[in-house]
Design a protein around this ligand. Structure first.
Ligand code: SAM
Ligand code: SF4
Length: 333
């Protein structure tokens, strides 16, 4: 699939729930969350069918996300079924990590079960090594669970594990070096992410926004000049560098300040309530659940995908005083 701006679509991010066991300030409001009723959420059969259709259209990478995808029962079986679809090369998972160490059967962690079911790469959110700050950011005292989740992921032997840290001035700017040391000790890729206006508006303002350029400066003042790695890509929009004198890779995701951010975009998003979104930073979304539940044929659903791809914008709208129409947790980051 290719859009009118030359983006080749090979990557579908599939959100399977809007629910979460954390309350990250940049992702969802603190106040009581109304979850979507079950009947408005795609069943696993429906998700699987849409995933198969996307794979038939050339999507080769799927990422399961949410909300917190591991809060939904049966996720391991869903992954197993997705992994049997032809055409897919890679299944990834984005998680806050807090449930990865939980045992799904005696002595088998969630991480190991997911690995066995076919997940190849895992992105785990970790914004700080400070338990107190972690609780402030996520609204939950689950730092220890997140850390043991990371250990379980390492033990499970995924092909790739990345740690994602959202940059927040005044919250975790003193954590960049400790996070780099933490990732180095475990041989994990670490990425720093600029905060995007995808949650409630008051979260993102000049006082708490930290750009990737500033983060890079902080890192370079400690380690010396980072060495660009233009040839290294992981399917996403991060730019990667090597830390001088080490084999360690760190990435920077600058949706707000990198003007070339959208050029190589290869993504579509499927929300848990059956909307196809051609871009995270745009209001455009198209309800594929409606035709799906009205009995549309595979060919009709394929055409729906193609029409959505055709509407994919050239770039996101985040820099144009963008006000989100959904919370990040309900889109699927
Ligand atoms: N619950 C999982 C997790 O936390 O990784 C998966 C869903 S979460 C929405 C996916 C990613 O989006 C996480 O790395 C999270 O840090 C990031 N994210 C959420 N809100 C964001 C925001 N306002 N700006 C930038 N990244 C954000
Ligand atoms: Fe939950 Fe992930 Fe959003 Fe945090 S970033 S509230 S863990 S979905």
């Amino acid at each position: 699939m290719q859009d009118r701006h030359g983006h080749r679509i090979s990557y579908l991010r599939v959100s399977i729930t809007d629910r979460c066991n954390e309350r990250c300030t940049y992702c969802m409001p603190q106040k009581l969350q109304e979850w979507l009723p079950r009947e408005e959420i795609l069943t696993y059969e429906e998700t699987l069918r849409l995933t198969r259709i996307a794979a038939d259209l050339g999507v080769s990478k799927i990422r399961i996300t949410g909300g917190e995808p591991l809060t939904r029962r049966g996720v391991v079986d869903l992954v197993r079924q997705i992994s049997q679809l032809s055409g897919l090369r890679d299944i990834g998972l984005s998680t806050n990590g807090t449930l990865l160490a939980r045992e799904t059967s005696p002595e088998v962690t969630m991480a190991a079960a997911l690995r066995d079911a076919g997940v190849r790469s895992v992105n785990i959110s970790l914004d700080t090594l400070d338990r107190h700050v972690y609780s402030q950011i996520t609204g939950r005292d689950m730092h220890l669970q997140a850390l043991s989740g990371i250990d379980s992921a390492i033990a499970a032997g995924f092909d790739q594990i990345k740690l994602n840290a959202v940059l927040m001035r005044g919250r975790n700017e003193d954590q960049l070096i400790p996070l780099i040391q933490f990732a180095a000790a475990r041989n994990l890729i670490l990425r720093f992410i600029e905060m995007m206006p995808v949650s409630t508006n008051e979260v993102l303002d000049e006082n708490n926004f930290m750009s990737i350029l500033e983060a890079k400066r902080v890192v370079e003042s400690h380690f010396g000049g980072l060495i660009p790695e233009p040839g290294f890509r992981t399917n996403g929009p991060a730019t990667y560098y090597k830390v001088p004198g080490r084999q360690q890779r760190i990435g920077f995701i600058g949706a707000m300040t990198n003007l070339h951010f959208c050029e190589s975009c290869n993504k579509l998003r499927l929300t848990c309530d059956g909307k196809l979104r051609p871009c995270l930073g745009s209001y455009l979304e198209f309800d594929i659940m409606k035709p799906l539940r009205a009995g549309a044929s595979d060919n009709e659903l394929k055409q729906f995908f193609l029409d959505v791809v055709d509407r994919k914008p050239e770039q996101h709208d985040f820099r144009n005083n963008y006000k989100p129409n959904r919370k990040m947790v309900a889109i699927g980051g």
